[in-house]
Design a binder for this molecule. Structure first.
Ligand SMILES: Cc1cc2nc3c(=O)[nH]c(=O)nc-3n(C[C@H](O)[C@H](O)[C@H](O)COP(=O)(O)O)c2cc1C
Length: 232
């Protein structure tokens, strides 16, 4: 299984997203996957101009930046992992730009699929098995991810590929700050690794594994006290 991770944290390999990704990647690799991580904050990605030149000419995007290589990498993948911190209930802007710029991967023609208008994929040889969403956020409650999950489900319907897993790590600063040996954190790390193995071995991540990834690490009162202390 070839997996491409679109990693959208501005903190790249040093952030909370990277800390949650690491055991997931280890699990996938241990199960035999070939995993590539694209650090989007390190790439030159302009916003979409909305000119539709890619569809009108069939010659790709008019913007000269790093997107063609990113699109090639996406098309060579069995599974895409969208990994990003939650920003104002959605993706960070540069990652949304990359997603917007993936329009050349679909054709302008409209088809009806399951009683809904969709665009077919441009590359008939790309058989995407599905998408995994991994996100971290600052707030305590897992419900903060609801708008992003709703978007990811819609994105998958447009790609005509299933959402294979939702790895959501709330109060991610507490997660990163806790030592690895603290039992609650060790359990989350094990669940992330397990999620990687399940994805490769079973083609999806089990709901109970997703729940273990999102488990509370401390009480909400303790979270609020620690978070407010950290800003003083
Ligand atoms: C501009 C901005 C917007 C954010 N919006 C939210 C948000 O809507 N909800 C939330 O829980 N956390 C929010 N956060 C917190 C980040 O999701 C959190 O700090 C995350 O762990 C950062 O991950 P990283 O270290 O990989 O960058 C926001 C942070 C920034 C900088």
């Amino acid at each position: 299984m070839r997996v491409t991770i679109l990693q959208g944290s501005p903190h790249q390999e040093k952030g909370n997203t990277a800390q949650a990704l690491q055991p997931f990647v280890e699990g996938m690799e241990a199960a035999g996957a070939e995993v590539s991580t694209l650090l989007l904050a390190d790439r030159h990605i302009e916003p979409c101009h909305g000119c539709f030149a890619c569809w009108k000419t069939g010659q790709g995007c008019v913007i000269d930046d790093d997107m063609p290589a990113i699109l090639d990498q996406m098309c060579g993948s069995d599974v895409l992992v969208l990994a990003a911190p939650l920003y104002v209930d959605h993706l960070p802007g540069h990652m949304k730009n990359a997603i917007d710029r993936s329009i050349p991967l679909i054709l302008p023609e409209i088809q009806v699929v399951d009683d809904h208008c969709r665009h077919p994929q441009a590359d008939a040889n790309w058989h995407l098995r599905g998408v995994v969403l991994l996100s971290v956020c600052g707030f305590y409650e897992c419900e903060n991810f609801a708008p992003l999950v709703t978007w990811a489900e819609a994105y998958c319907r447009n790609l005509q590929a299933p959402l294979l897993g939702r790895l959501l790590r709330p109060h991610a600063h507490a997660f990163s700050a806790l030592p690895r040996l603290v039992p609650a954190k060790a359990s989350v790390l094990r669940a992330l690794e397990q999620a990687g193995q399940e994805l490769v071995a079973e083609g999806r991540i089990r709901p109970e594994t997703e729940d273990s990834v999102s488990a509370d690490l401390l009480s909400r009162d303790a979270f609020i006290a620690a978070a407010n202390r950290s800003w003083k």
